[in-house]
Design a protein around this ligand. Structure first.
Ligand SMILES: [Zn+2]
Length: 171
């Protein structure tokens, strides 16, 4: 297993629509394992493949952030097919570190996809789990959570990250 580098706001892979996974092979399973290790190390509640520079439809989630054995799971080609209600809560992202802003998400979602053995998964999620699933599935569509903020807030955050990236490349 390996801890992968997490891309930060400004990287082109983060705004690209990720391609579906056609075949779930050992490469996909290894990527999912590496993503779980990366997510636990970060630490974060969820991670999407585009965040580790793989533009494919794969997400990992663990609300216990590695505290509970067997809590981490992966979904291949996840899709929301039902949603209900609305909850506004602070949200953050491993690709936009140290930024937490209020985002409205459905209170409940139903998500379908495949597990790492290619079996169909149906997940009914509420509250925090629903939020994490929506956030990670947004990543697969090239959408960061700051896209839900006002243009003013979003541009301030983008500018801040651009300045940081420029500073880094100069030093
Ligand atoms: Zn994120």
């Amino acid at each position: 297993m390996a801890v992968l580098n997490i891309l930060k706001l400004g990287h082109p892979t983060l705004v690209k629509k990720a391609a579906p996974i056609e075949v779930i092979d050992d490469g996909v399973r290894r990527l999912a394992k590496d993503m779980i290790e990366t997510m636990h190390g970060a630490p974060g509640l969820g991670l999407s493949a585009p965040q580790v520079d793989v533009s494919r439809r794969l997400i990992t989630v663990d609300l216990s952030v590695g505290e509970k054995e067997g809590e981490a799971f992966a979904i291949v080609n996840p899709e929301i097919f039902e949603q209900e209600g609305k909850v506004i809560r602070d949200e953050g992202c491993l690709s936009v570190p140290e930024v937490f802003e209020k985002v409205a998400r459905p209170q409940k979602v139903k998500v379908k996809g495949l597990d790492l053995d290619g079996r169909e998964l149906i997940i009914e999620a509420a509250d925090l789990m629903a939020r994490v699933l929506c956030h990670e599935i947004d990543h697969l569509n090239g959408k960061l959570f700051i896209e839900w903020l006002s243009p003013l807030k979003r541009n301030l955050i983008k500018k801040k990250f651009k300045r940081q990236a420029e500073k880094k490349s100069r030093s």
